[in-house]
Design a protein around this ligand. Structure first.
Ligand code: LMR
Length: 337
């Protein structure tokens, strides 16, 4: 818990106005500030859900707990945000699930497996199962507390050509997140994966450092990546979601009542975020269609089937990294429907 330090002059003013407790009075509960950094724009499922969290925390604590949000990589980007959290330079993050493999949680990369999930309902079943709970609990290994999951949506492929069949990918440099599963997926399609921070992606596309990328439409649209990509192929080949994490030391210093309050505000915000995520992606696609500058391609069932076949080897090739038992358990949850 971080009590906001009042400058001496403001303390004196407050005393004069009677705003500070008189000596001997029961101490007021301390102010708490939660510093929250993320890499996407405000008008995205994650940006909006985290704003909702801030509003809910403030309302439930009657203004005593404040959240300061640093969006769009303005404070930390992909390269340094997790380190910033672990050092206590920020208190809370919501990285994509794809970014946990790099810091010692390769099992999180199971969510990146191409064509594993047909719907968000299936993803949610896994998240609500013992698998989702165990993944959150595992974060303690790196002194983080996992507060929950949030959807963005299904990813699509963009480049300066349609990407509808494996041969369309051959030779392309595709920007990816730092996930070995996604790297393997791009290689299986014949492309060269290039790991880059989200905040650097638009410029890399504009300058030809990379040729294409994958993301849900809300991320493509709000970063204006469509201005530097002529074609968007609605491949829906993989899921993108997030995990909210808090610095463990910060968490342990909160009063138990505040931890309950923060958990409640976050649970409400994540539930709400999941209800608007699809809308935000649909809106972004509608804007793209209206703009007319980007060609939008919908693969046929047959084309999707061929992409699926081309990437089938990914789960097999990376079961050693993710852990065979995790993949089997996910299949068991999905089959139990
Ligand atoms: C990306 O890096 O491509 C995205 O996962 C960014 C995000 O947080 O949505």
């Amino acid at each position: 818990m971080r009590a906001a330090a009042l400058p001496r002059r403001r303390c004196l003013q407050a005393l004069a106005l009677g705003a500070l407790p008189a000596p001997g009075a029961a101490p007021a509960q301390a102010q708490v500030t939660i510093r929250l950094s993320h890499v996407v724009a405000r008008q995205t499922p994650k940006g909006l859900a985290l704003e909702r969290f801030s509003e809910r925390v403030q309302a439930l604590s009657q203004g005593r707990i404040q959240v300061v949000i640093y969006p769009n990589s303005v404070l930390y980007g992909d390269a340094d945000e997790i380190q910033a959290l672990q050092l206590g330079a920020v208190d809370m993050l919501a990285p994509s699930l794809s970014k946990f493999g790099r810091i010692g949680f390769p099992e999180f990369e199971l969510f990146d497996l191409p064509f594993l999930f047909d719907s968000k309902e299936q993803v949610h079943r896994v998240m609500r199962s013992a698998i989702g709970k165990e993944l959150l609990a595992a974060l303690e290994r790196q002194r983080m507390v996992g507060l929950g999951y949030l959807d963005n949506g299904f990813k699509h492929m963009s480049a300066n050509r349609p990407l509808l069949a494996p041969q369309d990918f051959v030779g392309l440099r595709m920007r990816i997140q730092s996930s070995r599963v996604i790297a393997h997926q791009m290689r299986a399609l014949g492309a060269k994966p290039v790991v880059l921070g989200f905040g650097e992606t638009r410029r890399a596309l504009a300058t030809g450092v990379v040729d294409g990328t994958e993301n849900p439409v809300s991320n493509l649209w709000t970063q204006r990546m469509h201005e530097v990509q002529t074609d968007l192929s609605l491949t829906r080949h993989g899921y993108l979601g997030y995990c909210v994490v808090v610095n463990q030391r910060f968490w342990n210093h909160l009063r138990p009542g505040d931890r309950t309050l923060v958990r409640q505000a976050m649970a409400e915000a994540l539930d709400w975020g999941n209800t608007i995520a699809q809308y935000e992606n649909d809106e972004a696609l509608a804007h793209l269609r209206l703009g007319g500058g980007t060609r939008i391609h919908v693969p046929s069932d047959d084309q999707r089937q061929r992409l699926r076949q081309a990437t089938q080897e990914v789960a097999l090739g990376l079961q050693g990294r993710i852990g065979r038992q995790w993949i089997d358990r996910v299949h068991a949850v999905l089959a139990a429907a």
